[in-house]
Unconditional design. Structure first.
Ligand SMILES: Nc1ncnc2c1ncn2[C@@H]1O[C@H](COP(=O)(O)OP(=O)(O)O)[C@@H](O)[C@H]1O
Ligand SMILES: [Mg+2]
Lengths: 255, 290
């Protein structure tokens, strides 16, 4: 469905992505893990066309069509919606207006109104907040608006950039439950997360991004076996004596 | 006497309010002070003049044609001119609107010269009547009513139409708006068009009270600008209120203090506001939670 081939993205003269390739098939949930500054957000933004004149090299295909260097608006209208990092709501628009904007390209205003109600059944608290400015909501509620807003376009594919960032554990569970529901409704999902445990739980396939490159990929069960993933992403410590050897191995494999 | 002056202030203030609204509409989307606003409006008024005087169209044909022209003019200014700047600085943008202003002024002077003309407007400022013990001219009443109607229309537009909300969304977060599939470039063009229409309406109300020449809008533009600053530059109700305040204050000042410095009042207001409350009197911006 989405095919990224060897893309390189630069900020000025600094490389943020150095040759990234991946494929996401219809109906999958694919997770991207990686530490801060690895380039996860940059990858999503590059695919969405949000970084001007980028990718510098490489191609992106969606539904068999080249979308690299296309306008953001056209990519969105082809069926990719994005829940950006930090949510990026229209803070001085009401919750309802935010959702309305999510369905902006749609011509069926009745369908849009119905879908707003559908978002309210997914997140009942938003119905009570619908006339409030989105910026006045709590972090968790804002994340709900951001997800609801992205769904309003009825996307074929959904990008989620660290949806659990800064949320309380209860809210994180709620968000991941919703992610499952979205997947079950047939939307393909590309999920960027630092919460590796939750992400690997929901994903069908996962990549680990470091310094602008994929250093590891595989099914969640395989990644969970990996010593480095266990230590650095899941926080499961191995014995001290083995660790030195692993560091060595890690270097050899990843550089 | 006092109330008579206040009434006059409200009438001119209505026109200032419209100019202030026009400036704020652009400022909120493009983050630029559009100093060409006055000359854009002036050019539109000349188009009315041409249609009425030159081609002999009736007023009710000329008016919609003028507003259409104003919209296209505004959209073109954005598309042909401002859009061309890549990542401009605030100063760069101001220079751009100033040069746009000079181009338009040059165009006006070249095409129509600096002759003063009368706009054959159906209503004049000499046409007065009394309400109670106050004298008002029909033009003043018209200005007041038209301004109110424009404000109501703008309010409804930004509150209830999808396009109006999309303009606000674009103003709040351009990248997010694009992620919603909103073609923000078109929105920007449209906003300039809308702003230009509002400015043209103001100029059409100002023209019959003064004379039509290329300088006609200079003074009102500065008053409109100070009204917008008074309202905090980003608030439409603030800009409207600012217009009335500037109109009333300058009329009072002109009568009781000094007629020569009447026009300086607007600047005094700008300076005062920038010193006391730079966010403007009515700025209703909510503070971002960290
Ligand atoms: N707008 C930008 N301009 C310049 N450098 C940037 C910009 N955004 C991100 N970077 C840099 O690109 C790298 C990747 O950032 P990012 O994609 O945000 O990482 P992640 O989302 O994985 O935390 C970082 O080194 C960051 O400093
Ligand atoms: Mg990020």
């Amino acid at each position: 469905m989405l095919k990224i081939s060897n893309i390189e993205t630069l900020y000025g003269k600094v490389y943020a992505l150095r040759g990234v390739s991946m494929e996401v098939s219809q109906g999958q949930v694919v997770a991207i893990l990686g530490p801060n500054g690895a380039g996860k957000t940059t990858l999503l933004k590059t695919v969405m066309g949000l970084i001007e004149d980028q990718p510098d090299k490489g191609t992106v295909e969606f539904l068999g069509r080249r979308i690299d260097r296309m306008e953001v608006e056209d990519i969105v209208r082809m069926g990719i919606s994005c829940v950006p990092e930090g949510r990026d709501l229209f803070e001085e628009l009401t919750v309802r207006e935010n959702l309305l904007m999510g369905g902006y390209p749609r011509r069926d205003s009745n369908g849009v109104a119905q879908d707003i109600e559908r978002v309210y059944t997914l997140f009942p608290v938003l119905k009570q907040r619908q006339r409030q400015w989105a910026g006045t909501l709590s972090g968790g509620e804002q994340q709900m608006v951001a997800i609801g807003r992205a769904l309003m376009a009825r996307p074929k594919m959904l990008f989620l950039d660290e949806p659990s960032l800064g949320l309380a554990p209860v809210m994180v569970r709620k968000i991941f439950q919703v992610i499952r529901e979205i997947r079950d409704s047939g939307v393909t999902i590309l999920l960027v997360e630092q919460n590796a445990r939750m992400a690997l739980n929901v994903a069908d396939y996962a990549f680990v991004l470091e310094n602008g490159r994929f250093v590891l990929e595989g099914t969640p069960s395989r990644l969970m076996q990996d010593e480095d993933v266990r230590e650095f992403y899941l926080g499961i410590k191995s014995e001290v004596s083995v660790k030195g050897y692993q560091r060595y191995k890690r270097k050899k494999r990843w550089r | 006497m006092l109330w008579q002056i206040v009434i006059g202030g409200i009438a001119v203030g209505s026109a200032y309010a419209l100019i202030a609204l026009a400036m704020v509409i652009i400022y909120k989307t493009s983050e630029v002070l559009n100093f060409a606003q006055g000359d854009m409006a002036c050019l539109s008024t000349y188009v009315t003049f041409m249609l009425l005087h030159g081609y002999g169209f009736p007023f009710w044909v000329s008016l919609p044609l003028t507003l259409l022209f104003a919209f296209v003019l505004g959209a073109c200014c954005e598309f042909l001119f401002l859009r061309r700047a890549k990542d401009p600085t605030v100063l760069g943008l101001i220079i751009m609107t100033l040069s746009l202003e000079m181009i338009l002024f040059g165009l006006l002077s070249w095409k129509w010269g600096s002759d003063q003309r009368e706009l054959p407007f159906p209503i004049t400022s000499y046409d007065t009547f009394t309400i109670g013990s106050f004298y008002v001219s029909r033009l003043e009443v018209l200005t007041f009513v038209v301004a109110l109607v424009m404000m109501a229309l703008l309010f409804l537009f930004f509150r209830y139409t999808k396009t109006g909300i999309a303009i606000k969304a674009t103003q709040l977060n351009r990248d997010s708006a694009r992620l919603m599939g909103i073609r923000t470039n078109r929105i920007l063009m449209g906003t300039w068009g809308l702003s230009s229409v509002v400015g043209a309406v103001a100029a059409l109300l100002i023209a019959p009270a003064s004379t039509l020449d290329p300088y006609m809008m200079w003074d009102p533009l500065l008053k409109g600008f100070s009204s917008a600053v008074l309202g905090g530059m980003t608030s439409l109700p603030g800009a409207a209120a600012g217009g009335y305040i500037v109109g009333i204050v300058e009329n009072l000042f002109g009568t009781y203090v000094s007629i020569e410095f009447k026009s300086a009042v607007a600047f005094a207001i700008i300076v005062l506001i920038l010193c006391i409350k730079p966010s403007g009197l009515l700025a209703r911006h909510y503070v971002k939670k960290v």
